[in-house]
Design a protein around this ligand. Structure first.
Ligand code: HEC
Ligand code: HEC
Length: 313
């Protein structure tokens, strides 16, 4: 009996030391700094480049859906300016994360960041101060031409002062950050330009790196890593006070939500915008994608490996 008690006591002490040790390592890793290259990107003042950037920022890459607290479903943000002043809360199991102010304000926004620093944050997941950018944004392989257009447009906005709250991770979040999160960078070489046409190849580029269809329509784990079959349906998404919604399977399997949809049906669905008011999908942005962009995405989805929908999706 005495022996068992002793063993239990030692096990307890060992566990405590282990937990404390993990806690100390986790704490020292919270503000870890990372190195990454500074991309060769320079904003342009050419109105045609800025107009392209505006379409990407407001519509395809839907920056506005995350970098504004306005109800973008009720504002025609292609005609009325909505500042990208950040502060949208992502209340996650790992803690509270806020989108940043990306207007050119020099104190609370990106006014003091160089073009290369902004491009580095988006391509390599490293903030100007060297800390990790949580991987909310999929733009690691956006072409240099498109990245130039995006940053050129960001520079033309009116500066808005808005001090966004600091992120607050909980205990799980601190552990996930310490042991599972690293800056995410490009796969292979970043293309200088990508041909804008209606091919599946361009559709893949849009769906994977610009519009982030895969970010929701493929299952991911708590650290954001992809764990499901590509586009076979995501994890149920919660909205406070509403039933959860599951991003459906978009592969060409008979069990998929969009099986049998013609290209025209697909484009028309996008033109309708948001039908379920509490849906997380950025329909209000995506509905402004061009016919060619939507045709390309449709073609790409047709090339995917058909995967049977999981029950409940
Ligand atoms: C799905 C939501 C989402 C979308 C879409 C999105 N962002 Fe972000 N963005 C965030 C969040 C959240 C952060 C803060 C991440 C962090 O704290 O590490 C962030 C951070 C940033 C930063 C880093 C700022 C800094 O101070 O270091 C930049 C720059 C940025 N976003 C630009 C953009 C641009 C440009 C677009 C569109 C092309 C965009 N974002 C689209 C959610 C989003
Ligand atoms: C932020 C998460 C998110 C992103 C990004 C996203 N979706 Fe969705 N999607 C959802 C959710 C949730 C639903 C189910 C609710 C609804 O229909 O709005 C959905 C539904 C759909 C539907 C079915 C609509 C219907 O009426 O049955 C299609 C088609 C679709 N998404 C395609 C796409 C494509 C293509 C992209 C990229 C351009 C995309 N989604 C990006 C979350 C997302």
């Amino acid at each position: 009996m005495k022996r068992i008690k002793k063993v239990l006591a030692w096990t307890g002490i060992l566990l405590l030391v282990l937990i404390l040790g993990i806690g100390v390592i986790a704490a020292t890793r919270q503000n870890q700094k990372y190195e990454a290259p500074y991309p060769d990107i320079k904003a342009s003042a050419d109105p045609a480049v800025i107009a392209k950037g505006r379409h990407l920022v407001l519509n395809v890459a839907h920056c506005i859906g995350c970098h504004s607290t306005a109800n973008v479903d009720s504002i025609d943000f292609n005609t009325v300016d909505v500042p990208l002043s950040g502060g949208r809360l992502f209340d996650l199991p790992v803690g509270k994360i806020y989108s940043k102010n990306i207007t050119p304000d020099t104190e609370t926004g990106i006014g003091n960041y160089s073009d290369a620093e902004i491009a580095r944050a988006l391509y390599y997941g490293v903030h100007p101060d060297g800390t990790v950018v949580y991987d909310f944004m999929p733009f690691h392989n956006v072409s240099k031409e498109d990245m130039t257009a995006i940053i050129s447009y960001l520079r033309t906005q009116k500066p808005v002062k808005n001090n966004v709250p600091e992120n607050k991770l909980n205990v799980i979040g601190n552990l996930v950050k310490a042991f599972m999160i690293e800056p995410v960078g490009p796969e292979g070489e970043i293309p200088a330009t990508v041909k804008k046409d209606t091919t599946a190849e361009y559709g893949r580029y849009l769906a994977m790196y610009v519009a982030e269809c895969n970010g929701c329509h493929t299952e991911r784990n708590m650290a954001g890593a992809f764990v499901g079959e590509p586009f076979a349906g995501g994890k149920p998404m919660e909205a406070k006070g509403y039933p959860s919604l599951t991003p459906p399977n978009l592969t060409p399997d008979p069990s998929s939500r969009i099986y049998g949809w013609s290209q025209e049906t697909f484009i028309n669905r996008f033109r309708m915008g948001k039908l379920i008011p509490y849906s997380h999908m950025h329909w209000s942005s995506f509905k402004h994608m061009t016919d060619d962009e939507l045709k390309a995405i449709y073609k790409f989805l047709q090339t995917l490996k058909p995967v049977k929908t999981k029950t409940g999706s």
